[in-house]
Design a protein around this ligand. Structure first.
Ligand SMILES: Nc1nc2c(ncn2[C@H]2C[C@H](O)[C@@H](COP(=O)(O)OP(=O)(O)OP(=O)(O)O)O2)c(=O)[nH]1
Length: 185
């Protein structure tokens, strides 16, 4: 039984959808200490930091799985979880009518195995309709999501092109992790 060391509902949903048994535990890691402005470096550093915190908290008797996800806007700007509705409107308008990359870094550690992966899914969105965006902001579903983005929800109808797994965009590249998670310890 693996420990999903994450408070993410999206990651729990993904593991459930793939039929993976897990126990969900959250770990304390302050992403504000990360100084890089490179999205791939940010997610790697954050997920590695979460793994180190999980090892300190739980040991490796049970396999540990940690992850981090951010959006890289078309100019490379890192888009994280919105602070409030106004921030969500600002961040989502950056993504409207543009190409973004949703990058997820995952670390898996058991007694005998250690596996890390950084994956990205690239989307081109048409422009978000203003009324639709306001309804989405009203719903609050953007909360707790990198870039306020919901590729399986609000953003779905605006996807003009996609390259990569939807799971990666939702926070955990399960297809890549599956072979490792299935290996006994
Ligand atoms: N359902 C859904 N969730 C998304 C999407 N894009 C990003 N997310 C979620 C996955 C993560 O829960 C969150 C990114 O924030 P973090 O990587 O910092 O994880 P979070 O703070 O949720 O949990 P953790 O730090 O692991 O305890 O955004 C999406 O398109 N759909």
């Amino acid at each position: 039984m693996i420990y999903l060391c994450s408070s993410s509902e999206s990651r729990a949903l993904l593991l459930n959808n793939f039929g993976i048994d897990f126990i969900q535990k959250s770990v304390a890691y302050d992403e504000e200490q990360i100084t890089t402005s490179i999205a791939k470096d940010f997610v790697y550093t954050a997920s590695k930091g979460k793994l180190n915190a999980a090892i300190r908290a739980f040991g490796v008797e049970s396999p540990l799985l940690c992850a981090d996800t951010v959006i890289a806007a078309s100019d490379g700007t890192i888009l994280r979880k919105p602070k409030n509705r106004e921030d969500a409107r600002r961040i989502l308008n950056i993504q409207s009518g543009s190409t973004i990359s949703i990058i997820s870094s995952a670390h898996y550690k058991s007694k005998r195995l250690a596996f890390s992966d950084i994956s990205a899914t690239h989307y081109h969105f048409s422009r978000f309709e203003e009324e639709d965006l306001e309804r989405y902001l009203e719903s609050g579903l953007w909360q707790g999501k990198a870039g306020g983005c919901m590729v399986e929800g609000f953003c779905k109808k605006y996807i003009q092109s996609v390259d990569g797994y939807e799971s990666t965009a939702m926070g955990l590249q399960v297809e890549t992790l599956l072979p490792w998670i299935k290996v006994k310890n």
